[in-house]
Design a protein around this ligand. Sequence first.
Ligand code: NAD
Length: 538
Amino acid sequence: MTAASSPRGPLTDGPRDPEHDPSASYALEPDYVAALTARVAASGAQTHEVRSPLDDAPLAHVPQSSPADVERAIVRARQVQQAWSRTSVADRARRLLRFHDLVLDRQDEIAELVCLESGKARKDAFLEIAHVAMTARYYARTSEAHLATRRVPGMFPVLTRTEVNRLPKGVVGVISPWNYPFTLAMSDGLAALMAGNAVVAKPDSQTTLTALLGAELLADAGFPADLWQVVAGQGSEVGTPLIGGVDYLCFTGSTATGKVIAQQCAERLIGCSLELGGKNPMLVLRDAPIERAAEGAVRGAFSNSGQLCISMERLYVADQVYDRFVERFVARTQAMALGASTDWEVDMGTLISARQLETVTAHVEDAVAKGARVLTGGRARPDLGPYYYEPTVLEGVTPEMTCFGTETFGPVVSLYRFHDEADAVARANQGDYGLNASIYTGDGRRGREIARQVRCGTVNVNEPYGAAFGTLAAPMGGMRESGLGRRQGAEGILRYTETQSVGTQRGLPIGPPAGMSEETYAKVMTISLRLLNKLGRA
Ligand code: NAD
């Protein structure tokens, strides 16, 4: 177990060695903070103090947007979007690839800010950076094809020419959570820009600086001013005017908030995509490669301290391999390097807040009080950081316990033994969520067959979450209470467009030509319809 420290990057100043100097704290250069916070669309004097979960020291005072600020941001976005919608997709793609390069070039700065704001391990911050870069590259290279006007068979062959256009919605609102503050604030919106929209982003109050750095990188990459704006504030205060003015809303966060947002969007009849919570199952089948499954379970359960929507909170393990798997899983968990720092050496960082720590503590205490066994972990570690909680493996979890079906969103996983695969699939499908699942097996084909029986938007075979989520060409999202709509792939950009069908009629009009009665026309039509069916036309 380590609480490492390292020389800081370009952002920080002052003592940097919390392990050897307990009074040391993480801090940001005031000029750096000032440059970032100047980007918030806010006119008043109200600010929100952001503190680092690494040491609870203040990081910044972020200006807060009023409802009027949000409305003005949307007006400005609408103005600049007009010209943006007339740019070529190739032009947009060039800027997006510049953004891709900037993200990779400035990755140390981004990672450090993400670690300071969220408390995550640096390797988890790097995954965000990689995901943003992959998203930028994917949409830069594929948007032309996704957005191309499509010719479809017309009502009458030869006479009717019909095309389907993809027009931008206008202004897209993006509301994002704190757990992946860089990629969840940026990636969804990149597709919106490529489709010709403007974006007004509302990140979580805890991680606004990271979202502001993303906006700066877009500006540096050559995207026009005001095409991407950031509003800051508490969700209910800033979210309502945002939803009240935009043309589409992309939300990532809890299922409870998602339902509120869906209702607000329904009031205005605007579309929305909702990327919500999960209680994700992993199945370890009797032919699973045990060491690999144990490695995957550690990554699946404890990446980002379990504060990952697609992380594994339920492990169903076949009887035949249960003991061997549990021994390897627990041993690997106990070998993790724990720490609240920005170092590469840390395997698992801290929880982000006192609220998260309370939830995790309450779930474990409730389970233990009702008879669950703690195989490892099960306690907070204030010696490592104010909100630190050990990676925790539980056995004997039953339906009366809160953590049986409720998302913990922390480093807590429950182990269940199964005898019968069909029963394991049925148990994996229990509950209201349907976000992500994982299947470990020695037979990939069988894994893919079982995947079809699992009611989740993504299923990974021999991998906890990365194979599906990391494939940008594949849609990602949740079934049931885990969401609505999909990010990534064609769906991820087409959601930001209005389809427009343009039909051009040549030669004969639709309806009886001059001199033909309606009755004769109906007979001619009937013959034509029969013929078209015989020819196999759609
Ligand atoms: P949350 O719903 O409390 O907050 C998410 C965002 O919504 C924040 O920016 C918040 O300020 C804003 N918000 C809150 N109330 C609002 C309102 N009434 N109107 C408008 N905006 C409002 O979620 P959280 O607890 O911060 O995030 C964790 C949750 O997010 C977990 O359930 C997790 O599973 C989920 N999540 C899902 C995905 C996914 O892709 N499916 C990804 C990450 C996180």
